[in-house]
Design a protein around this ligand. Sequence first.
Ligand code: ATP
Length: 587
Amino acid sequence: MNYSVIADAYEKIEATTKRLEMTDLLVDLLKKTPKESIAKVVYLTQGKIYPDFVGLEIGVAEKLAMRALARASGREKSEIEEDLKKSGDIGETAQKLLAKKKQTTFFQKTLTAQRVYETLDKMAKTTGYGAVDSKMALLAGLLSDASPKEAKYIMRTVTGNLRLGIADMSVLDALAIAYGGGKESRELIERAYNISSDLGRVANIVAEKGLEGIKKFQVVVFEPIRPMLAERLSSPEEILEKMGGKCVAEYKYDGERVQAHKKGNQVVLYSRRLEDISSQYPDAIELVKNQVKAKEAILEAECVAIDLETSELLPFQELMHRRRKYGIEKAMEQYPVSLFMFDALYVDGKDLTLDAYPVRRKALEKAIKENDRVKVARHIISNNVKKLEEFFEEAIENGCEGLICKAIGKGSVYHAGARGWLWIKYKRDYKSEMTDTVDLAVVGAFHGRGKRAGTYGALLLATYNPDTDTFETVTKCGTGFTDKDLAEIPEMLQKQVIQHKHSRVQSMLEADVWFEPSVVLEILGAEITLSPIHMCAMDSIRKGSGLAIRFPRFTGRYRLDKAAEDATTSAEVVEMYRSQLKKISEA
Ligand code: ATP
């Protein structure tokens, strides 16, 4: 196939603003394309040579493109720069300058689509020493044999400026019309795309094998499945009604969504946007390798930053430290992660995407071996508003964003690539950010595990309520303590240990060790939330709820200058909660 056929089609597509007309032009192009080249032509129309998840881009900077044009056209760089300033489009500049040259040249090879694709592919794969010059030479070679119009589109493609406005959905429409027998087949073809994220492969199958081929289209390991997304409601009543009276409710962990693909010893992690993010999480890769028993699997999980010593979940922002090219080993040590698995889409040869959720969840539980860093998302099955509300509060208390409620009926398939009512998220409407530190009295402690065996894993902290002369628990804090702190704190608290909860302490939590309130620590939290578990200012904002400080961290300051009664008061925390209260924007 000659590249000129493609360039002509691009020119017409560019000239229209009507979607239907664009689809017709695309249908025309796809019909003219030999079947074995259809995948390549589909990638090219989107300015790509591979599906996004492969992560290979042609990536030619404008400067390099100008050098190639200078060589192919025989023009001075300054002249090219001058023209580019006027046109603002390297494609147009190439077309114009080459048109002048072509008038004086007689011999010109015809450019095949195959050659254009292969050259772009070579350019994308050229890296390392001398890569810039090699890429330049490859591009100049193409331009020398291109017609001015072809050069325009080649230049735009390599510099990432093709922008024909052909959305994935238009390609799917065009494929349905060209090879699927009509628009009605669009849904089937779209499903194939949703479970492979590869328009080229889908195009190839429908062109070569028709709809029969598409019906047999299968999930394949290392081709990411487009994620299923959740709708949102703001009360358990509404959620249960939508779900037909009963649902699974799971913690909505606050981390980064990963789709883990495993085949033998090879593991790739894809992000929510289906980019390969394996290099950011070498530790998560090891966790998948070791804890996923299935030989082949595609599982979904939320990757969450944690404090390894206390197992506390940390806020999403901590994962930002993983978005770097260098020093990932250090980031891994400083910001460890856990995986909370929440779906199984494929396990050992079986595509589970069309199975109901309870079937997928069972397969998930069977496919993994849980340990302290790989767990199945915590869940309950319920038809009860109050139970859901309690579970929601528990999720918040444990560092999660809320709940994701999931349908469990027959039709509860994995709806790839769609936001729908099979999943409904339930998040808080309001949150109150903490900007100031608080001074809290230590009233209890919990034994440490693992590295913290023999010392305290977390301290139970309280505000002071002068009206009742009591200490009301407000948070449990295990973060921010140095090894020295950990060694010293039990000694420091030794004299205050008592056999049972102090009569002036208000707590629903059962600590392992109780203290007479005396030691005061400075604490910085991320936010203040309503909580059914903590007693601080109980009932003052909402009946049955106290206030809690989330993501608390010891600042390192022992307030030895303060008596327990000088701790921050419950009323002050109420004030902080009210003054920082913000509506969480709809998401
Ligand atoms: P949000 O900002 O609410 O995460 P979103 O558009 O990114 O919005 P949603 O569909 O609204 O995505 O929410 C689903 C997200 O919640 C998933 O992408 C996933 O990252 C996260 N999540 C956490 N825990 C779970 C769980 N148990 N099941 C499904 N998704 C979960």
